[in-house]
Design a protein around this ligand. Structure first.
Ligand SMILES: [Ca+2]
Length: 330
């Protein structure tokens, strides 16, 4: 427990000792808040990027920073912009850069989540204004990928992406083959946070009618919390549930993905399950367009077997809504 207050690096083995603790109490500082979330029952990974040794280049397949397309590590320790602790992870996306512009952070989930398992992931995320300043010719920069080992483009993949630079997170599986979108009454919703839509409490973002009141746009130079619950059913059957929420700094979760009865495929080859997350601004199909230099930051990564509280607010108010209808895969 004391270790979290100063170091906040990822800890797996200590979790068993903390499993007896109650839900986190209201915290006074950002550091205490993060420590309380890390100490909650069910947590199996907690990483704060607060120690210099976390930024030492790992030996494959260890956790840590991996290089861009030219072999350069572009993830760095930022001691000025951080959500808590002494630092955060920052990626620099060079101007006029290609698809693998900044490399990635690869992290084990602390367990392998196969059929009939549930896992929760939370992290803080921030972008610079340049990341929202235009469309740069690719498919849009990614935010995070759940995957097996180092297979980040496969059936067994759940990706969050700023698709086509629309400015808000969307999600897909199967290396981009299946988007989590929903058609209701002839309207395609590229985010389907509430159910029923469009009058629920989540983000229901109709294609062709994007607005800040209906789509969960990223806000430059502000911390966001991205939070996921993945209920893995059985491979190849429409019985998995993938849910995601976004919370702007100091505000509660609002759901932006509610993919119920979703099919997670896992074949050729069959992998044991999800066991890694990659954090990365990778921008598929981007070719050295005239993008300005941009930055993204990550902090406070938590993986748990139980719900994770909202930063600065307390226990999760993210409740699972009823199953949607009309979910389509595109
Ligand atoms: Ca930190």
């Amino acid at each position: 427990m004391l270790r979290f207050a100063t170091a906040s690096k990822w800890i797996v083995a200590i979790v068993g000792l903390m499993a007896q603790s109650a839900a986190p109490a209201a915290a006074q500082t950002a550091d205490q808040d993060f420590a309380a979330r890390c100490a909650a029952p069910g947590v199996i990974v907690c990483r704060g990027w607060d120690d210099s040794d976390e930024f030492v280049r790992p030996v494959y397949p260890g956790d840590g920073l991996y290089p861009d397309g030219s072999g350069t590590i572009r993830g760095t320790r930022d001691t000025s912009v951080r959500a808590s602790g002494s630092s955060a992870l920052k990626f620099t996306i060079p101007s006029v850069s290609g698809q693998n512009s900044a490399g990635q952070w690869v992290q084990r989930l602390g367990a392998t989540f196969g059929e009939n398992t549930t896992f929760y992931v939370q992290f803080r995320y921030r972008v610079s204004p340049a990341m929202l300043s235009g469309r740069f010719g690719g498919n849009g920069w990614k935010v995070a990928i759940f995957h097996y080992a180092f297979n980040s483009c496969s059936d067994l993949e759940i990706t969050t992406q700023n698709t086509y630079y629309r400015g808000f997170p969307q999600m897909y599986t199967n290396c981009g083959a299946f988007n989590m979108e929903k058609t209701v009454g002839g309207t395609l919703y590229v985010q389907q946070g509430a159910d029923p839509i469009p009058n629920g409490g989540g983000w229901n973002c109709p294609y062709g009618n994007f607005s800040t009141t209906r789509c969960s746009f990223f806000q430059a130079d502000r911390w966001h919390t991205l939070y996921y619950r993945v209920d893995v059913g059985t491979w190849g059957s429409p019985n998995s549930n993938i849910q995601a929420w976004i919370a702007y700094d100091g505000q509660p979760y609002q759901q932006f993905i509610n993919a119920k009865n979703f099919t997670i495929y896992n074949s050729a080859p069959v992998f044991p399950g999800f066991d890694h997350i990659s954090l990365l601004p990778y921008d598929t199909n981007k070719t050295s367009a005239s993008n300005p230099e941009g930055y993204v930051w990550y902090d406070e990564l938590i993986v748990s077997r139980q719900p994770i509280a909202v930063p600065g607010i307390g226990p999760s108010d993210a409740t699972a809504p009823a199953s949607p209808s009309g979910l389509v895969i595109r």
